[in-house]
Design a protein around this ligand. Structure first.
Ligand SMILES: [Zn+2]
Length: 127
């Protein structure tokens, strides 16, 4: 069993990461209709002084920017889900236990990634 002090420490770092991820997502996306899905806002370049810019070129830039946002959004979104799931496991006292076999996940592993869901053997099978 995890030492309660360490559990609190890990829970705090999960909570911190959760808030940070939500902050990063909120900067360019908003929560979607589906739970845990985020929707990137379409960028509107506010470059009023760039009238000389051809309209077409500007639209192409916006699409490119939007695609980059989508990629970032998806990686932040999936990490946020992992972190939320880990926090849920803390609440239900299932934290630190491999979801596949029920073995305890080593503390080193949890410190490296507090959202780890599997013990080291099963993790490598999941990648
Ligand atoms: Zn396992």
């Amino acid at each position: 069993m995890l030492n309660p002090e360490i559990l609190v420490e890990l829970k705090n770092s999960l909570q911190e990461e959760h808030d940070k991820l939500v902050g990063e997502l909120t900067a360019f996306a908003k929560p979607g209709l589906v739970k845990d899905d985020w929707v990137s806002k379409f960028p509107k370049f506010e470059s009023e002084e760039n009238y000389s810019h051809a309209q077409k070129e500007e639209e192409a830039d916006e699409v490119e920017e939007y695609e980059a946002r989508l990629a970032t959004e998806h990686s932040l979104e999936s990490r946020l889900l992992e972190v939320k799931n880990a926090l849920e496991r803390v609440r239900t006292s299932q934290y630190g236990i491999c979801r596949k076999c029920g073995k305890e996940i080593s503390l080193d592993r949890l410190k490296a990634n507090p959202a780890a869901e599997y013990h080291v053997e099963h993790q490598s099978q999941n990648i």
